[in-house]
Design a protein around this ligand. Structure first.
Ligand SMILES: Cc1ncc(C[n+]2csc(CCOP(=O)(O)OP(=O)(O)O)c2C)c(N)n1
Length: 450
């Protein structure tokens, strides 16, 4: 396959009006990508609503995301933020947005510039909302005739480049769609490691050119009249990128919780594949901290763990739960389709697992270890009931439930728990040790099995 064919499909029929600047941008973007030799799968073309949004289907080998009006920069920023913290990294979101979309989503542009994420925004400024019939936008020049300003626009236009300068954008440029230099400017913007934006000035032949008797030659005069700079504008190119700042901060961050300092032990965990577990109870009863202790014990034993917590926005009342994944391999996906183990230590926890669909997702093999006070029975799964709240007390019930489960299905060596306890503050240590002992004892006694 030739380099050209990797980007804009050579036999693509461009879907724009005859003479529309969008067609020029698409071709110059393809040339810029070809020049940079970016692997197509490292690019995410993120398109906005409007004629501008027709571009994604023209690039069959790039990732493409067609987003909602004005929000394309926010989508791209999210992708760039995620990519910035990953290793290996190297995703390049390129936003294609109209002046209408840029106006609607202006704060997304400002925020992306402030963050200095590795996003390139190509603003197709044809001075109006094209696809919906030529309405005025915040970037329409003075006196510009649009569908909503038939006597000419009398509100001064927004100078997007100047505005983003105040948001500390690190690479800013303005070019005509017809410029010979457009491909180079786009390539420079894409190649730049932080936020970059190119405002591409063009005419909409269907509305802007017709109603204003303007031809391509008029563009220079219009831009000059607004006092706009053309070309690559001096900006804060030396500013550190989000990725640089993130990694710098990460190095200086200190572990906050004492349990995070649990040393790795070398006694192997008895776990073959991935295990998904839910611990649910009542807010304020140390459900999430018990789950966190389990994750630390797992980490100490050399296995990967993830923890996702949930509780109502009204902190301290209602349910509290944690979803945990444990695996000898790195965990790529933390969705909970069918839990292997469900530990429920209060009626609040049970009610929430019923409401959020976890109980319905349990299979025949799911182990449900429930406090004896919960008298409801799930549709599927192996049920064990233990008097955790009564014997351990409500604040220790979740940790006792974890210990009881591990007594029945020994996955972690004792040393892992010892490492966790050793890292706890002294006033907590005895409490946790007692909870673990009670859980183990209850499981060993096999009290009230159902
Ligand atoms: C979420 C959403 N909001 C609004 C619309 C209506 N709409 C479709 S195209 C368009 C105009 C887009 O103008 P612009 O962003 O300047 O891009 P152009 O069409 O000029 O390329 C609007 C408002 C829509 N389809 N979806």
């Amino acid at each position: 396959m030739t380099a050209t064919a990797l980007y804009l499909s050579p036999d693509a029929t461009l879907p724009y009006s005859r003479g529309c600047g969008h067609a020029l941008v698409v071709r110059q973007l393809s040339r810029a990508l070809e020049h940079l030799g970016l692997p197509p799968r490292s690019v995410v073309l993120t398109t906005d609503i409007g004629c501008v949004g027709l571009a994604d289907s023209l690039f069959p080998y790039l990732h493409t995301v067609h987003t909602t009006h004005g929000r394309s920069t926010a989508f791209a920023t999210g992708m760039a933020l995620a990519d910035a913290v990953l290793e290996p990294h190297g995703l390049k979101p390129i936003v294609m947005i109209g002046d209408g979309g840029a106006m609607i989503g202006l704060l997304h542009l400002v925020h992306a510039a402030q963050l200095n994420v590795d996003v390139t925004v190509l603003v197709h400024n044809n001075f109006l909302f094209g696809m919906t019939g030529g309405q005025h936008s915040a970037l329409s020049p003075l006196n510009w005739v649009t569908a909503t300003t038939p006597d000419g626009n009398w509100t001064p236009p927004l100078d997007l480049v100047a505005l983003l300068r105040t948001a500390h954008a690190s690479f800013l440029a303005r070019q005509f769609a017809t410029s010979q230099e457009l491909a180079t400017t786009i390539a420079d913007a894409i190649d730049f490691p932080g936020f970059s934006l190119v405002e591409i000035v063009e005419l909409c032949p269907a509305y802007g050119a017709r109603w204003n008797q303007a031809s391509g030659a008029a563009l220079e005069e219009i831009v000059e009249r607004q006092g706009y700079t053309v070309g690559e504008v001096e900006a804060e190119m030396e500013r550190p990128t989000f990725r640089e700042l993130y990694h710098h901060k990460l190095q200086s961050l200190r572990p906050q919780a004492p349990v995070a300092e649990v040393p790795r032990i070398h006694s192997p965990a008895n776990l073959d594949g991935e295990l998904r577990l839910v611990v649910a109870g009542t807010a304020g009863e140390r459900v999430q901290s018990a789950a966190s202790a389990l994750c630390c014990a797992a980490l100490a034993a050399g296995i990967y763990s993830t923890q996702k917590n949930d509780n109502p926005v009204t902190q301290g009342s209602g349910f509290s739960l944690s979803e945990i994944s444990l695996s000898p391999q790195p965990i790529e996906y933390t969705g909970l389709e069918c839990p292997d183990v469900v530990l429920v230590v209060s009626a609040d926890g049970w009610e929430e697992l019923r409401a959020n669909g976890t109980l319905a997702a349990c299979g025949e093999k799911t182990l449900l270890l429930l406090d004896s006070q919960i008298d409801a029975t799930p549709a599927a799964g192996r049920v064990v009931r233990l008097p955790l709240r009564r014997e351990a007390n409500p604040k220790r019930a979740a940790l006792a439930a974890i210990a009881a489960w591990l007594e029945k299905e020994p996955l972690l060596p004792m040393e892992a728990w010892e490492a966790v306890l050793a890292a706890e503050p002294p006033e907590r240590r005895a409490e946790s040790a007692a909870a673990l002992d009670i859980g183990r004892r209850l499981a060993a006694e096999g009290v009230a099995q159902a």
